[in-house]
Design a binder for this molecule. Structure first.
Ligand code: GLA
Length: 383
């Protein structure tokens, strides 16, 4: 072997471990996404599962059917992991879902009064799928659509990008809307949901994720013992069909005062007209601070396990819903019944019925504008 060859060999040899180490470090840095087949819809579309993992963060699985968060695995104070989101054991459950167990709701999350609105002088009629009102984008809203999925790799590892193009007139809404949602995991364990959208004609828009949480674990009884703090001085009271009256009412002295941590169950059956209308909590709270800035909206703690959920959002409101329509008939992922109040939702959003409420922050999107919002669901162990 010539001297120069020997030097080359040694150099390569010496480099190999460094190269391998380098590759390993790259592979482990940030978030990794594993993709698996989930099944096919009735029309033969393939649906996949994407598992996001990152050191120190809960493992989160998402499907591109409706963008459902299928599971979030979080350790308790002793290090025991539980799945803290409600859902189904397999794809058929999601295909038949009527509870919105963790999906991306659109085009307009929550209710639009009398299933109609006026925009730029034109009246649009929607399908009434909740008494006289439209709920969660209508009978075939974004939760029921297969979104195009892409795993994108960046300096912080992988992120899951889901895109859905909603055609002009779909479910009665004007304008072709392109909605993109990126799911990623932050270094501090937060699940980040970045929404953006554009349209080719004026439209109304309200996107959210409808994850149901039980911090003791899915199917582990009710959430009445969980303590909740809401960063809200006011909420939007509703009529008997859960449409806001237009008032922003102070929470002070009412069962809606969560400015200090209170057990969810403490006042859930109070003799209060608003509680009666909701069958418990099913109301939009006005999040303190400036919309457009990412700020804390809520913190929930389950004391026995020590698990804590913090919700941050750039949206003006958050719908706090206590699973009042769950009735124990649905069996969850592990076969346990989802009982009434067996979970809570904190749906970050514009106020319900904003298209008919000129005094509420506008939910109108016009061509040339980009709709954006970010929500973070951060699970940790309470100190
Ligand atoms: C939202 C609504 C509730 C209910 C659930 C889904 O939270 O405000 O009234 O429709 O979604 O069951």
């Amino acid at each position: 072997m010539t001297r120069s060859r020997r030097i080359l060999r040694l150099a390569l040899f010496g480099l190999t471990p460094i190269l391998c180490l380098g590759a390993e470090m790259t592979a482990q840095a940030g978030t990794r996404i594993e993709t698996k087949a989930f099944g096919k819809t009735s029309t033969g579309e393939s649906v996949e599962l994407f598992t996001l993992s990152r050191a120190g963060a809960p493992s989160v699985t998402i499907t591109n059917l409706g963008g459902y968060v299928v599971s979030m695995l979080a350790p308790d104070r002793a290090g025991h992991t539980a799945d803290v989101t409600l859902g189904y054991a397999s794809l058929p459950g999601y295909l038949a879902d009527n509870s919105y167990f963790g999906c991306l709701v659109g085009r307009y999350a929550n209710r639009i009064a009398k299933a109609a609105f006026t925009l730029d002088g034109k009246r649009y009629s929607l399908a009434a799928n909740n008494g006289p009102n439209t709920l969660h984008g209508g009978p075939t809203g974004f939760c029921r659509r297969v979104w195009a999925a892409k795993v994108k790799s960046g300096t912080d590892g992988d992120a899951l990008e889901l895109t859905y193009v909603s055609r002009d007139g779909e479910e009665g809404y004007p304008g072709t809307l392109t909605a993109t949602v990126v799911y990623s995991l932050r270094e501090d364990g937060g699940l980040v949901i970045d929404y953006s959208a554009t349209t080719d004609a004026p439209t109304v828009l309200n996107l959210t994720n409808h994850a149901y949480f039980n911090l003791a674990g899915e199917g582990e009884g009710t959430i009445l013992d969980h303590e909740l703090q809401l960063e809200a001085e006011a909420y939007t009271p509703v009529d008997a069909t859960l449409i806001p009256t237009g008032e922003l009412r102070s929470v002070a002295g009412t069962p809606f005062d969560f400015r200090k941590p209170v057990a969810i169950g403490a006042r859930i059956d109070a003799a209060d007209e608003q509680i009666r209308f909701g069958g418990g909590y099913d109301h939009n709270f006005v999040v303190r601070g400036a919309p457009g800035t990412l700020r804390l909206a809520a913190r929930a703690v389950e004391k026995k396990s020590g698990r804590q959920l913090e919700v941050f959002t750039t949206e003006p409101g958050v719908q706090f819903y206590t699973g009042n329509f769950l009735d124990g008939k649905t069996l969850g992922k592990a076969g346990k019944p989802y009982v009434k109040r067996g979970a809570f939702c904190l749906e970050t959003q514009h106020y319900p019925d904003s298209p008919n409420q000129p005094a509420f922050p506008s939910a109108v999107l016009r061509p040339g504008q980009v709709y954006r919002h970010t929500t973070v669901y951060r699970l940790s162990v309470a100190k």
